[in-house]
Write a protein that binds this ligand. Structure first.
Ligand SMILES: [Mn+2]
Length: 385
């Protein structure tokens, strides 16, 4: 299944002219996709303790209510006819048929994706006008929703004392009514407000864009775990001073250089970037299997036709390593490896892995060691057809 871009727009021009820059309305872009989820199934998912869900109700006059799941059946039975939205995060992690919605977006690296959030709204339902800090593809699953946007909001100010983020001012500059299979791409920073015109289901394909604060927090933590505690401040070149109150520039710069060496350490920042970008949300922790498998058993089963898949919560990526070979990142863990590039790409992106994943010599041993290691962590599991 492919994303049907509007006439005259290719994936290349989409990325060069719209991606991270401006919104694009794509009518019928996913006309071919059958949205395999009913409102009842979504409500069922919102009752599961492992699933993150919210219910937003608009009581009018800027009175907004927010409830967090898990919900019970009674909650859904007592809802009003209008003006509420149920939102469920990470539906792609729990339902493989929903994860297939990501396929048309595979022209974007997979580690950039956060999740598919599915929402159901009663007529009039919305989460209010707001601004997100990440890119999103808003996909209309069923019903009709009116999207109003302002690509250049003058103010990011929010209404005070509300449980949901609602812009204090919102002047729509453009609007569209989306029907099943229509897609609206929004880059970060665009003010938007989507109001259900009928009972409606929406699928939001959301990307990850950590703030610089989060990047530094994570990188600093990564460095703190790796800088030897024996490394200390040093000033071996000190000259006699007549101004004992002064911090000499040379001493200060010497310290800056010491810190810069850590910040610019390629081995560390390569390992950190991939680890950070493949981290899994804490509540989606991956558990090891009950029975660990030996390399031999795994190899025998794969050779006999069994197939592996990545755990649905897992995030895999690879890249070149400056020091030679590659890095493999698996849900926040970095491993240097010399296994071939094509094999790493398949491990990170193929829907399943069978005997084609068994590498001949000289890679046989490291390949089996890696597959068995990942299996015994729970990162890989048997593929269910
Ligand atoms: Mn939004």
């Amino acid at each position: 299944m492919k994303l049907q871009l509007p006439p005259g727009i290719t994936l290349e021009t989409f990325l060069a002219e719209y991606w991270q820059r401006r919104p694009l309305h794509m009518p019928g872009a996913l006309r071919e996709y059958d949205f395999p989820l009913s409102p009842e199934e979504l409500a069922g998912l919102a009752c599961e303790p492992a699933v993150e869900s919210r219910l937003v109700t608009d009581r009018g006059d800027n009175r907004w209510e927010l409830q967090h799941g898990p919900f019970d059946e009674q909650t859904f039975l007592s809802l009003p006819e209008e003006n509420w939205t149920l939102l469920v995060q990470d539906v792609d992690k729990f339902l493989p048929e929903v994860a297939r919605l990501l396929e048309p977006f595979r022209f974007i690296p997979s580690w950039r994706f956060d999740d598919v959030m599915v929402s159901y709204a009663a007529p009039g339902g919305s989460v209010g006008p707001h601004i997100d800090t990440y890119d999103v593809f808003l996909v209309q699953g069923s019903g009709r929703r009116r999207w109003m946007i302002d690509p250049d909001p003058v103010s990011h100010e929010l209404l005070p004392d509300l449980p949901v983020r609602i812009l204090a001012e919102f002047e729509p500059k453009q609007q569209w009514v989306l029907e099943q299979g229509d897609v609206l791409y929004l880059p970060p920073g665009v003010a938007h407000w989507g109001v259900a015109e009928t009972p409606t289901m929406n699928w939001s394909v959301g990307l990850r864009a950590p703030s610089h604060q989060e990047l530094f927090d994570s990188f600093a933590q990564f460095l703190l775990e790796r800088i030897p505690p024996g490394e200390h401040y040093r000033d071996p070149f000190l000259a006699p001073t007549r101004q004992p109150g002064r911090i000499p520039s040379a001493t200060r710069n010497h310290t800056f250089e010491a810190l810069d060496r850590w910040l610019a350490n390629d081995e560390l920042r390569e390992a950190w970037f991939g680890s950070f970008m493949t981290e899994v949300k804490p509540h989606l922790a991956i558990e090891p299997p009950d029975e660990p498998l030996s390399q031999e058993t795994l190899e025998t089963r794969l050779a006999a036709g069994a197939r592996l898949q990545r755990h649905p919560f897992a995030r895999f990526a690879w890249c070149r390593r400056g020091a030679g070979g590659y890095w493999l990142f698996t849900s926040g863990e970095a491993r240097p490896t010399k296994l071939p590039e094509e094999w790493l790409e398949r491990l990170c992106s193929a829907p399943s892995l069978g005997k084609e994943a068994l590498l001949p010599e000289p890679y046989r041993e490291p390949c089996m060691q890696l597959l068995a290691g990942l299996f015994n962590q729970g990162q890989l599991e048997w593929h269910d057809e």
